[in-house]
Design a protein around this ligand. Structure first.
Ligand code: ZN
Length: 373
């Protein structure tokens, strides 16, 4: 099987990835490095002009012009594609890290994030949950396509609270705030996606901020997880503090993953975590430990076990349909977005029929439309 089109610098064969990622991460230790310690760049909630009219991809200057918009038919459930139903087609899993003032390595600007939501919606994409993907429960209107959103590293830029009149409100300039505003009046744009969490990293990467970093109180952390869950988003593990799992022994690997799991359980007792994102996309030497393992807390003697249905890679292009016999949820490719890592070229490669083209729903969850690969 030919590898999928490598349309961004990170979508290259796995043997070439670690060096490139390491090079990128030298530039952005705070965003994706191990045990982030670098101070965050000052990130004052800036005035943003996020409006429905923003259609500029800050990364590549690509516009979704009037022509494209007019060619997208609009039904009761919003815009749809004219491609035929194809439920064996590919599904983009888009990967966001920081959502801040400007694009950077592992960062997108707020305007760009909003524009990418706009573009996906206009092209007929609709958010689905990880569980829906894994369990083949993709129930979308005919002519629309699934997209799974993943937010890595649990930075305040993704989910900040503001105190207003004694209440905590979602900062409209955080990714969640932008999302909630975008989704207003669009019931078909459901709150679905995975937040892959760090619970004990520095620089505020501890359940979206602690110790006053970016104004975030440590006491708000568990509440944020419950808030995401109540909206419909899913919680995903991303280890305790982002250790490069390829560098450590089996016991350490399991401790990093299990303590991330334990922290989520502390916030949301009994929550079933189905997804795990590999820090920097690096597998442990003992690969199966990414899928399941156990660690015993030496203090409490409590054993924490973990078992994941899905493991997210850091790159690799659009994912196969769960109906494709080669669908492998234990190694799910993603589309990382940041400076030099645009979304639109990947979407363009999907505008075709067949197993390499985009998944297009037939509107009937009980049938699988299209040609099996
Ligand atoms: Zn990460």
């Amino acid at each position: 099987m030919r590898p999928f089109v490598y349309s961004t610098p990170l979508q290259m064969p796995s043997f070439a990835r670690p060096r490139l990622i390491a090079a990128l991460c030298l530039l952005t230790v705070a965003a994706c490095g191990e045990a982030p310690r670098a101070e965050l760049a000052a990130e004052e909630p800036a005035e943003t002009s996020v409006t429905d009219s923003v259609r500029l991809d800050a990364a590549n200057g690509d516009r979704v012009g009037t022509e494209t918009m007019e060619s997208v038919p609009v039904s009761a459930s919003g815009p749809v594609t004219t491609l035929p139903p194809n439920e064996y087609g590919r599904i983009p899993i888009v990967e966001y890290h920081l959502v801040v003032d400007e694009d950077g390595s592992y960062a997108v600007s707020r305007e760009r994030f909003r524009a990418e939501l706009d573009t996906l919606y206009a092209r007929g994409y609709r958010p689905i949950g990880l569980g829906e993907l894994l369990d083949k429960r993709i129930d979308l209107p005919a002519g629309t396509s699934p997209v799974h959103f993943v937010f890595d590293d649990a930075s305040p830029s993704q989910f900040r609270y503001l105190e207003q009149g004694g209440q905590l409100v979602v900062d409209p300039t955080s990714a969640l705030g932008i999302w909630l505003d975008f989704a207003k009046g669009k019931p078909e744009w459901r709150h679905r996606g995975s937040f892959c969490l760090l619970s004990g990293a520095e620089a505020g990467r501890s359940f979206f901020g602690n110790k006053g970093i970016e104004g975030q109180e440590s006491a708000w952390r568990f509440r944020k997880l419950a808030h995401l869950d109540s909206l419909g988003f899913e919680l995903c593990n991303h280890t305790l503090w982002h250790a490069r799992l390829d560098k450590y022994d089996d016991a350490f690997v399991q401790e990093q993953i299990a303590r991330g799991e334990l922290a989520i359980d502390s916030a949301m007792p009994g929550y079933r975590v189905r997804g795990f994102a590999l820090p920097l996309g690096m597998w442990p030497k003992n690969k199966p430990l990414a899928w399941g393992g156990a660690w015993t807390d030496p203090k409490s003697q409590r054993t924490v076990r973990y078992a994941y249905d899905a493991v997210f890679e850091v790159a690799g292009g659009p994912a196969r349909s769960p109906h494709d016999p080669q669908f492998n949820p234990r190694s799910l490719p993603r589309i990382p977005l940041g400076r030099g890592m645009p979304l639109y070229p990947t979407l363009r490669t999907l505008e075709k029929e067949g197993a390499g083209g985009r998944y297009v729903s037939d509107g009937n969850p009980n049938t699988v439309a299209g040609q099996a690969p």
